[in-house]
Design a protein around this ligand. Structure first.
Ligand SMILES: C[S@@+](CC[C@H](N)C(=O)[O-])C[C@H]1O[C@@H](n2cnc3c(N)ncnc32)[C@H](O)[C@@H]1O
Length: 495
């Protein structure tokens, strides 16, 4: 699956916020939109009038999946060795119908069945407006999906859209209060808030610059925050980056029914020889077994952020937890340290990933900088350069004179983070779930369970780091003690 956070951050907001203003005076007269009916039902919940999205289906619906399967085979998908079935991991997934060998190529979805930024719009005028305004791929695809979904049966993608989840498992559907409450201990909370803000900002930009100027093409009943939340949720959890197509992103029906396994190494790509999206199995499968791919080397937090699930504890070798290190404002050299950090595009607080196997050299370099005394000011630049993942400078720097302070600094940060996790996990047992409706109660229980799973896996890595740090500090200190004893013995001898 696509490296969403990278794509999102590098192309979405910056490019879009520099969009030129539309110059057409009378957009309505320019285009005669084909869209006449709006297929969105309006429901009133509480005092706010909201649009209930009637696209897609329940996350585990097999009926719509069967219609999708039939439409795909009629539209050029070759016969498959797998079928969509209800599965234990991921609700619906692709299951082997026959014996599948290790090293076998599967799928062969032709480009005519992909949705990309170049796909034809059922309402071409809407697509033209977005393209004239150089809207980047992600917002363009999000708008495309809504436009096609609202046309229902008149869209060629109607069978595909009907089989998409009506509410993808996405952190975009968590309220701010839920993010604050359930993800309080984890840095993933900040990433989720940032992502929600990016989606909201993107929608507002589109609305301001385009939708309000072409209300016939983009009526608010259809193109609104609710529908954008849905389409971005679909993109985050299903869009694929295809390395062999210069990294283009695409929605690939059928291929996007494959679930992720942390144990699998194989991923989707375009195969030039067969001219379709394929993947090569890295293990054999027997009939009835679920077939998996890898969505990328992602931590549990990143999987929750984009795909809305957390793998079972201890099963993700790529799991990591973000540790936030900060330079103390009362540091005598705060100004000089900040200058060095800024020069290397770092800030006073910086996150570094801890893994069960250790931590990056950049983290140690940052810790050296944070604890170094004024007498080491000439090394600040070298430390900041080594702390930046963007520079190619030497990373493995060592300052034995401040190693103990640097390790103690990381340990203190690790332990204060551990306290937050432990408090959350203790309190989660007695968390107030005073819900009146059973549906709401189920939702809250579900979110809480995801948060508990995430925090348990992140805390496990922090415990391991704490153990390693304590042991290293003990070794340093006992080494120093031995040296002192030796020194004392020598002094006595000379006396
Ligand atoms: C690309 S879709 C895969 C097909 C999806 N299961 C469906 O029925 O539409 C990605 C979504 O599948 C689910 N999923 C994938 N791998 C999973 C896993 N290992 N555990 C739990 N859910 C998973 C998540 O809901 C995720 O957002």
């Amino acid at each position: 699956m696509a490296e969403v956070s990278r794509i999102f951050h590098s192309t979405l907001i910056p490019t879009f916020s520099t969009l030129p203003h539309l110059t057409l005076n009378s957009p309505r007269s320019q285009f005669q939109p084909r869209r006449s009916t709006i297929h969105c039902s309006i429901s009133t919940t509480g005092d706010a009038t909201r649009i209930a999205i009637s696209w897609g289906c329940d996350v585990d619906s097999l009926e719509n999946a069967a219609a999708l399967q039939k439409w795909l085979s009629e539209s050029g998908l070759p016969p498959q060795k797998m079928a969509i079935e209800r599965v234990e991991v991921g609700e619906r997934g692709l299951v082997a119908l026959k014996n599948i060998r290790k090293g076998e190529k599967l799928l062969f979805v032709p480009p005519s069945l992909f949705i990309t930024a170049d796909s034809e719009w059922s309402c071409p005028e809407a697509g033209d407006v977005l393209k004239q305004n150089s809207v980047p791929d992600w917002p363009l695809l999000a708008t495309y999906l809504i436009s096609e979904a609202s046309l229902m049966k008149s869209s060629r993608w109607s069978n595909y859209i009907s089989a998409l989840p009506q509410q993808p498992y996405s952190l975009l559907y968590w309220t701010r209060a839920e993010l604050d409450r359930y993800l309080e201990a984890s840095q993933i909370r900040e990433r989720a808030v940032e992502r929600v803000n990016n989606v909201t900002g993107t929608y507002n930009d589109l609305r301001l610059r385009i939708f309000t100027k072409y209300p016939d093409l983009f009526p608010e009943e259809v193109f609104n925050m609710e529908t954008f939340k849905w389409s971005f949720g679909i993109l985050f959890s299903r869009l694929v980056r295809l390395p062999s197509m210069e990294g283009r992103v695409a929605l690939v029906p059928w291929a996007d029914m494959l679930n992720h396994s942390c144990e699998v190494e194989t991923f989707l790509d375009y195969d030039k020889s067969s001219q379709g999206v394929v993947f090569t199995t890295d293990r054999p499968y027997q009939p009835g077994e679920q077939v998996f791919i890898s969505y990328g080397k992602k931590s549990n937090g990143e999987l929750l952020l984009s795909y809305g699930f957390v793998p079972r504890e201890g099963t993700n070798p790529r799991d990591s937890v973000e540790l936030l290190l900060s330079v103390n404002k009362s540091d005598k050299c705060y100004k000089e340290k900040m200058e060095a950090l800024r020069k290397h595009r770092l800030s006073a607080s910086q996150c570094f990933p801890l893994q069960i196997t250790g931590w990056p050299l950049e983290l140690m370099a940052y810790a050296y900088l944070a604890v170094s005394p004024p007498s080491m000011s000439r090394q600040f630049d070298e430390m900041a350069a080594a702390a930046s993942s963007k520079t190619t400078s030497k990373k493995d720097i060592k300052y034995p004179e401040i190693e103990e302070e640097a390790l103690q600094f990381i340990l203190d940060t690790c332990e204060s983070s551990l306290l937050k996790y432990t408090r959350f996990l203790q309190e989660s047992g007695s968390m107030d779930l005073d819900m009146t409706s059973p549906k709401q109660l189920n939702r809250k229980l579900f979110l809480k369970q995801l948060a508990v799973d995430l925090c348990t896996s992140e805390r496990r890595i922090l415990f391991r780091s704490q153990y390693i740090l304590r042991r290293r500090l003990r070794d340093i200190r006992s080494g120093e003690l031995r040296a002192l004893r030796l020194f004392g013995g020598l002094k006595k001898l000379f006396k």
